[in-house]
Design a binder for this molecule. Structure first.
Ligand SMILES: O=C(O)c1ccccc1NCC(=O)[C@H](O)[C@H](O)COP(=O)(O)O
Length: 205
Protein backbone atom coordinates (compact mmCIF):
# COMPACT_ATOMS: atom_id res chain seq x y z
CA UNK A 1 0.00 0.00 0.00
CA UNK A 2 1.41 3.39 -0.97
CA UNK A 3 1.96 5.68 1.99
CA UNK A 4 0.42 9.10 1.48
CA UNK A 5 2.45 12.28 2.04
CA UNK A 6 1.30 15.59 3.48
CA UNK A 7 3.60 18.60 3.36
CA UNK A 8 2.50 20.91 6.16
CA UNK A 9 3.13 24.58 6.87
CA UNK A 10 2.97 25.83 3.27
CA UNK A 11 3.10 29.62 3.06
CA UNK A 12 4.06 30.20 -0.58
CA UNK A 13 2.55 29.32 -3.96
CA UNK A 14 5.88 28.01 -5.24
CA UNK A 15 6.20 25.63 -2.29
CA UNK A 16 2.68 24.27 -2.86
CA UNK A 17 3.52 23.68 -6.51
CA UNK A 18 6.81 22.03 -5.56
CA UNK A 19 4.98 19.69 -3.21
CA UNK A 20 2.47 18.76 -5.91
CA UNK A 21 5.21 18.27 -8.50
CA UNK A 22 7.11 15.99 -6.12
CA UNK A 23 4.04 13.78 -5.77
CA UNK A 24 2.73 14.90 -2.38
CA UNK A 25 -0.88 13.93 -1.76
CA UNK A 26 -1.78 16.86 0.49
CA UNK A 27 -0.60 20.24 1.67
CA UNK A 28 -1.25 21.80 5.08
CA UNK A 29 -2.05 25.47 5.72
CA UNK A 30 -1.60 26.73 9.28
CA UNK A 31 -4.33 29.08 10.59
CA UNK A 32 -2.72 29.65 13.98
CA UNK A 33 -1.38 33.18 14.27
CA UNK A 34 1.51 32.51 16.71
CA UNK A 35 3.08 30.01 14.29
CA UNK A 36 5.92 31.19 12.03
CA UNK A 37 4.07 29.17 9.36
CA UNK A 38 0.74 30.94 9.76
CA UNK A 39 -1.01 32.14 6.61
CA UNK A 40 -3.78 34.68 6.20
CA UNK A 41 -6.93 33.31 4.54
CA UNK A 42 -6.47 35.46 1.41
CA UNK A 43 -2.99 34.07 0.89
CA UNK A 44 -4.17 30.54 1.62
CA UNK A 45 -6.88 30.92 -1.03
CA UNK A 46 -4.25 32.06 -3.53
CA UNK A 47 -2.11 29.01 -2.70
CA UNK A 48 -5.06 26.61 -3.08
CA UNK A 49 -6.05 28.17 -6.41
CA UNK A 50 -2.51 27.64 -7.71
CA UNK A 51 -2.57 23.89 -7.09
CA UNK A 52 -3.16 21.31 -9.82
CA UNK A 53 -6.10 18.93 -9.29
CA UNK A 54 -6.08 15.97 -6.91
CA UNK A 55 -3.96 17.52 -4.16
CA UNK A 56 -5.88 17.56 -0.87
CA UNK A 57 -5.87 20.85 1.02
CA UNK A 58 -5.79 20.66 4.81
CA UNK A 59 -6.45 23.61 7.13
CA UNK A 60 -4.84 23.44 10.54
CA UNK A 61 -6.29 25.07 13.65
CA UNK A 62 -5.34 25.12 17.34
CA UNK A 63 -8.28 25.58 19.74
CA UNK A 64 -9.73 28.21 17.43
CA UNK A 65 -13.15 29.75 18.08
CA UNK A 66 -15.64 28.00 15.78
CA UNK A 67 -16.45 31.34 14.11
CA UNK A 68 -12.83 31.66 13.04
CA UNK A 69 -12.88 28.22 11.42
CA UNK A 70 -16.13 29.08 9.63
CA UNK A 71 -14.71 32.39 8.43
CA UNK A 72 -11.67 30.61 6.96
CA UNK A 73 -13.91 28.00 5.29
CA UNK A 74 -15.87 30.78 3.60
CA UNK A 75 -12.69 32.15 2.03
CA UNK A 76 -10.53 29.08 1.44
CA UNK A 77 -11.70 25.89 -0.31
CA UNK A 78 -10.28 23.41 2.20
CA UNK A 79 -10.91 19.68 1.77
CA UNK A 80 -9.99 18.58 5.29
CA UNK A 81 -9.61 20.23 8.70
CA UNK A 82 -6.85 19.38 11.16
CA UNK A 83 -7.29 20.14 14.84
CA UNK A 84 -4.03 20.40 16.73
CA UNK A 85 -5.25 21.50 20.18
CA UNK A 86 -7.59 20.08 22.81
CA UNK A 87 -10.70 20.06 20.61
CA UNK A 88 -13.26 17.41 21.67
CA UNK A 89 -15.14 15.36 19.08
CA UNK A 90 -18.37 17.46 19.02
CA UNK A 91 -16.31 20.57 18.24
CA UNK A 92 -14.47 18.79 15.41
CA UNK A 93 -17.70 17.47 13.88
CA UNK A 94 -19.61 20.74 13.73
CA UNK A 95 -18.03 21.96 10.48
CA UNK A 96 -19.34 19.07 8.37
CA UNK A 97 -15.91 18.40 6.87
CA UNK A 98 -13.59 15.41 7.12
CA UNK A 99 -11.07 16.09 9.85
CA UNK A 100 -7.81 14.86 11.34
CA UNK A 101 -7.31 15.02 15.08
CA UNK A 102 -3.75 15.54 16.24
CA UNK A 103 -2.59 13.84 19.42
CA UNK A 104 0.71 14.94 20.93
CA UNK A 105 2.20 11.75 22.31
CA UNK A 106 3.42 11.60 25.91
CA UNK A 107 5.22 8.75 27.65
CA UNK A 108 2.75 6.18 28.93
CA UNK A 109 -0.11 7.18 26.61
CA UNK A 110 -2.52 4.43 25.52
CA UNK A 111 -2.81 5.54 21.92
CA UNK A 112 -5.69 3.24 20.94
CA UNK A 113 -7.69 4.58 23.90
CA UNK A 114 -6.87 8.19 23.04
CA UNK A 115 -7.66 7.76 19.35
CA UNK A 116 -11.00 6.23 20.36
CA UNK A 117 -12.11 9.65 21.65
CA UNK A 118 -12.51 10.81 18.02
CA UNK A 119 -14.26 7.88 16.27
CA UNK A 120 -15.56 10.24 13.56
CA UNK A 121 -12.07 11.42 12.56
CA UNK A 122 -10.81 10.53 9.09
CA UNK A 123 -7.43 10.03 10.65
CA UNK A 124 -5.44 10.50 13.83
CA UNK A 125 -2.21 12.44 13.48
CA UNK A 126 0.39 11.49 16.05
CA UNK A 127 2.91 14.20 16.78
CA UNK A 128 5.59 14.83 19.41
CA UNK A 129 4.75 16.47 22.71
CA UNK A 130 6.74 19.53 23.71
CA UNK A 131 5.31 21.70 26.51
CA UNK A 132 4.00 25.02 25.22
CA UNK A 133 4.49 24.10 21.55
CA UNK A 134 1.32 22.83 19.86
CA UNK A 135 3.06 21.49 16.76
CA UNK A 136 5.85 21.77 14.23
CA UNK A 137 8.37 20.81 16.92
CA UNK A 138 10.82 19.06 14.62
CA UNK A 139 11.08 16.34 17.26
CA UNK A 140 10.47 12.62 16.82
CA UNK A 141 8.76 10.55 19.51
CA UNK A 142 9.07 6.92 20.53
CA UNK A 143 7.48 5.07 17.59
CA UNK A 144 7.43 1.84 19.61
CA UNK A 145 4.49 3.33 21.54
CA UNK A 146 2.31 3.11 18.42
CA UNK A 147 0.13 -0.01 18.51
CA UNK A 148 0.49 -2.25 15.46
CA UNK A 149 -3.20 -3.20 15.74
CA UNK A 150 -5.23 -0.06 14.99
CA UNK A 151 -8.81 0.54 13.90
CA UNK A 152 -7.97 4.12 12.87
CA UNK A 153 -5.95 5.64 10.05
CA UNK A 154 -2.60 6.86 11.32
CA UNK A 155 -0.89 9.98 10.05
CA UNK A 156 2.63 9.96 11.48
CA UNK A 157 4.26 13.34 12.19
CA UNK A 158 7.02 14.83 14.27
CA UNK A 159 10.64 15.32 13.26
CA UNK A 160 10.44 13.37 10.02
CA UNK A 161 12.87 14.09 7.21
CA UNK A 162 14.45 12.29 4.26
CA UNK A 163 16.95 10.56 6.57
CA UNK A 164 14.43 8.85 8.85
CA UNK A 165 11.10 8.62 7.02
CA UNK A 166 11.82 5.33 5.23
CA UNK A 167 12.59 3.69 8.56
CA UNK A 168 9.44 5.22 10.07
CA UNK A 169 7.27 3.93 7.25
CA UNK A 170 8.67 0.42 7.36
CA UNK A 171 8.45 0.20 11.16
CA UNK A 172 5.13 1.91 11.83
CA UNK A 173 3.25 1.37 8.55
CA UNK A 174 1.20 4.57 8.81
CA UNK A 175 -1.53 5.48 6.33
CA UNK A 176 0.30 8.76 5.72
CA UNK A 177 3.27 10.80 6.90
CA UNK A 178 3.27 14.51 7.63
CA UNK A 179 6.32 16.76 7.52
CA UNK A 180 7.02 20.42 8.02
CA UNK A 181 10.45 21.35 9.41
CA UNK A 182 12.20 18.43 7.71
CA UNK A 183 11.60 19.92 4.26
CA UNK A 184 12.35 23.55 5.09
CA UNK A 185 15.19 25.94 4.30
CA UNK A 186 13.85 28.23 7.06
CA UNK A 187 10.64 28.26 9.09
CA UNK A 188 7.75 28.55 6.62
CA UNK A 189 10.04 28.42 3.59
CA UNK A 190 10.17 25.01 1.96
CA UNK A 191 13.13 23.59 0.05
CA UNK A 192 12.06 21.86 -3.19
CA UNK A 193 15.06 19.52 -3.11
CA UNK A 194 14.19 18.42 0.43
CA UNK A 195 10.55 17.89 -0.56
CA UNK A 196 11.64 15.77 -3.54
CA UNK A 197 14.01 13.71 -1.39
CA UNK A 198 11.35 13.21 1.29
CA UNK A 199 8.65 12.05 -1.13
CA UNK A 200 11.17 9.79 -2.90
CA UNK A 201 12.12 8.13 0.41
CA UNK A 202 8.47 7.52 1.32
CA UNK A 203 7.54 6.09 -2.04
CA UNK A 204 10.56 3.78 -2.26
CA UNK A 205 9.58 1.75 0.83
O1 LIG B 1 3.98 24.20 12.15
C1 LIG B 1 3.60 24.87 13.11
O2 LIG B 1 4.15 25.94 13.41
C2 LIG B 1 2.44 24.42 13.94
C3 LIG B 1 1.97 25.26 14.93
C4 LIG B 1 0.90 24.85 15.70
C5 LIG B 1 0.31 23.64 15.51
C6 LIG B 1 0.79 22.79 14.53
C7 LIG B 1 1.85 23.18 13.74
N1 LIG B 1 2.37 22.34 12.78
C8 LIG B 1 1.86 21.07 12.52
C9 LIG B 1 2.70 20.39 11.51
O3 LIG B 1 3.32 21.02 10.70
C10 LIG B 1 2.80 18.95 11.46
O4 LIG B 1 1.51 18.43 11.52
C11 LIG B 1 3.67 18.34 12.50
O5 LIG B 1 3.63 19.07 13.67
C12 LIG B 1 5.05 18.03 12.03
O6 LIG B 1 5.94 19.08 12.17
P1 LIG B 1 7.51 18.80 12.07
O7 LIG B 1 7.94 18.10 13.30
O8 LIG B 1 8.15 20.14 11.91
O9 LIG B 1 7.72 17.96 10.84
Amino acid sequence: MATRVKICGITRVEDARAAAAAGADAIGLVFYAPSPRAVEPARAAEIVRALPPFVTTVGLFVDAPAEQVRAVLEQVPLDVLQFHGDEPEPYCLQFGRPYLKAIRVRAGDDLNALAGQWPSASGILLDSFKPGVPGGTGLTFDWSMIPSERSWSLVLAGGLDASNVAEAVSRVKPWAVDVSGGVEAAKGIKDANKINAFVHEVKRV
